[in-house]
Design a protein. Sequence first.
Length: 408
Amino acid sequence: MSRKTDRNLSRAMGGGESLRRLRKAVKQVLKPSDDKITRMLEDITSIQATKDAALTGDEDTRLLAVCKLGEWGKDAFESLDIALNDESSHVRTVAAGMLAYTRRLGAIPILEKYTGDNTESVRETVAFAISWLQRYGEDAPDSPYVPVSKENPTAVLLDSDAITLRTIDDVIVINDYTTSPESLEYGITIKNERATPIYEVSVSILAYPVESLSPVDPLTQTIEDIQPDDSGSLIFGFGIEGEYIEGEIITSVRLVDSNGEDLAAKAGNVFIRSIYNQFEPFEMESDDFIHMKSDMKQWNREHTVDAEASDIYNVLQSILETRNLYIFQNESMERDNAFMGVIAGIAKSKFSENSLAIALTVVGTQGDGISKMRIDIFSDNHEIVQSAASDVFETIMRNLDIIDLNGQ
């Protein structure tokens, strides 16, 4: 929010004193983070788990869950309505703020029921949230589904249809990702194979490797509608902030059908890995590397591979050339019907002074169709060696369409 907008909002709320009182109320709610709270956050990964925690946990858990409910937009309205009846004024204060966080104009009628709360901090936050939504809130995408407001919000606890979502098989989710040196793009396509349109298709990123990725797009995005036999696509961008990326992107896909029923599609998890894009060639000679490698973490593995040694060697060259490595050794020899090839390269991280080196050796008898391959990985970062080795080995197997006779 710009300073000008802040000033306008301050005047609308009754001047700077009102905003100061609001900030004071919010500070009363915030508590220092500790391991317990961190573990709670890790456990609450779905909207149903969030709703449950907001209703049944202790005060710390309810506060955390109510904060997370804001990420689910309109789907959290009923639970936030219930939270505004919580015995804790702190929970009620946060619930009011989270209704504003949804940016939905539909939250205003809920908030208006609580302008007379018996706690000043709650009344301040409710007034602020209503005023903010009136200026900056957005209408929900049009659809045949209109939420029914309950006079008694606790009635949702007796409504079994509101507790779980039915998962359907005729809305297909396809996801993939691409990487560049600076960014990762996670793309998701939703195909509607139903005979009727679907509406308010909401895609949320529930988890991603937070230690190496930073989102540049909202983690929840919506497609207004998808007609039968049609599809819609979304892209979630992330900035890369680490030497290597490895982990899962977990998503949820929610939608509303033509009858107004909230449904879920099978989104699945996507394993992502990116290492070599975060490195650049590091020029040196073989003798320099011999002196350098003694101080580096090493990992190696030998494999028996169902392929000719010379064919494997040719693939190894092409793979290392695409891994941003400076090739400081590349030689092969044939003698007495035996073949041996060695190729090695090294790169330096774009994020630190760490280096990553790979040496690949293959030997075999010509015509046997079986070879021995050794992978050696060297790095100053011990966390990266096995991931780098797995990436190289899987690429070799994929490119040659061959079998590792060791079963690894």
